[in-house]
Design a protein around this ligand. Structure first.
Ligand SMILES: [Zn+2]
Length: 319
């Protein structure tokens, strides 16, 4: 018997994405700008509307369920949002229960990093492995861990917040309020901040020139590096040093066979990877030095596909 299809939802601070997923493949998709002002009630309407556009009533009866990938921290055991910095009205919202009642379908809520780790494990760059760490590097740094052939959940399903691994006692302030987290050094906005500083110091470089007409962000560094701008190349070497340091700690903690990197910053994967590997070769304890870092196989769909696969699996287990 083939795997039943499921709906995957990616709830983000800027976009809500919904997909019909079957055997790891996105069959149909729809998206909308997140109604941040409207809060949970308005976004639930968006979910239902988007599901309606990709999945007819007849088809809906055959679905395994709906898997939601959302930013954490959230309690995946009770299906409750705890706090989403970009969605302030959602604190304590029992998303799983409310949506399951509304739709009459099984619903599962998972942290976006954990859902993406599951998607990559089943259908992406982690297929066939027993141990892996997935890290997404974008506006923040998040992730998920598979050890001993199982997705790591921890208390209240909150394990795998790899972005808040503390790298220094002094340094940039993190989105969580603490100082010196991996995320505060390595996420896209941190790269953007360093780039703006360099643009001011080197007005003759590409970043300096571009800064006259636009606000410099991380993506400009990648663009400049592709044009061999020395400042941009140096900024990416520094970015790789932070990523390499964080990944080395994750390798020591979980002994994965592979680190899988996703998120917006992974657009520069080809420019970063040699330097990331050099840091791991230099700093990891001897038997860990050969652990490779690879790019996510499902791109921006890791979380959607993973959330859909998680609800399919949960429903299969129950039957
Ligand atoms: Zn933090």
């Amino acid at each position: 018997m083939g795997e039943r299809s499921a709906i995957g939802i990616d709830l983000g601070g800027t976009q809500v994405r919904v997909a019909l997923v079957e055997g790891g493949e996105v069959r149909r998709r729809a998206a909308a700008r997140t109604d941040v002002e409207g809060g949970p009630a308005a976004v639930l309407q968006q979910f239902k509307h988007l599901i309606g556009t990709i999945c007819g009533v007849e088809e809906r009866a055959h679905l395994a369920g709906v898997g939601i990938s959302a930013p954490g921290p959230l309690d995946s055991e009770t299906g409750t949002i705890l706090r989403i910095p970009t969605l302030p009205k959602w604190e304590g919202f029992a998303l799983r229960e409310v949506l399951a009642t509304d739709l009459g379908l099984p619903v599962l809520l998972e942290n976006d990093g954990v859902a993406a780790a599951f998607g990559e494990w089943l259908y992406g760059a982690g297929r066939g492995l027993r141990h892996l760490v997935y890290v997404t590097v974008s506006t923040g740094v998040g992730g998920g861990v598979v050890v001993d052939g199982r997705l790591l959940h921890g208390r209240r399903g909150m394990a795998g917040h790899v972005g808040h691994l503390r790298m220094a006692l002094e340094g940039p302030v993190c989105s969580c309020g603490t100082i010196g987290c991996f995320e505060a050094f390595a996420a896209g906005p941190a790269l953007g901040r360093r780039a703006r500083r360099e643009a001011t110091m080197h007005p003759e470089g590409l970043l300096g020139i571009w800064s006259a007409s636009q606000i410099i962000e991380g993506r400009h560094v990648v663009e400049g590096a592709r044009q061999s701008d020395p400042t941009c190349l140096a900024l990416l070497r520094e970015e790789a040093a932070y990523l390499g340091a964080g990944f080395t700690s994750l390798i020591h903690l979980f002994s994965p066979e592979r680190i899988i990197m996703g998120g917006g910053v992974s657009q520069a994967f080809d420019l970063l990877i040699d330097d990331i590997h050099a840091v791991i070769r230099r700093d990891a304890i001897e038997p860990f030095k050969d652990v490779p870092v690879v790019r996510a196989g499902l791109g921006e769909n890791s979380g959607l596909v993973g959330a859909a696969a998680l609800v399919s699996e949960a429903v299969n287990r129950r039957n």
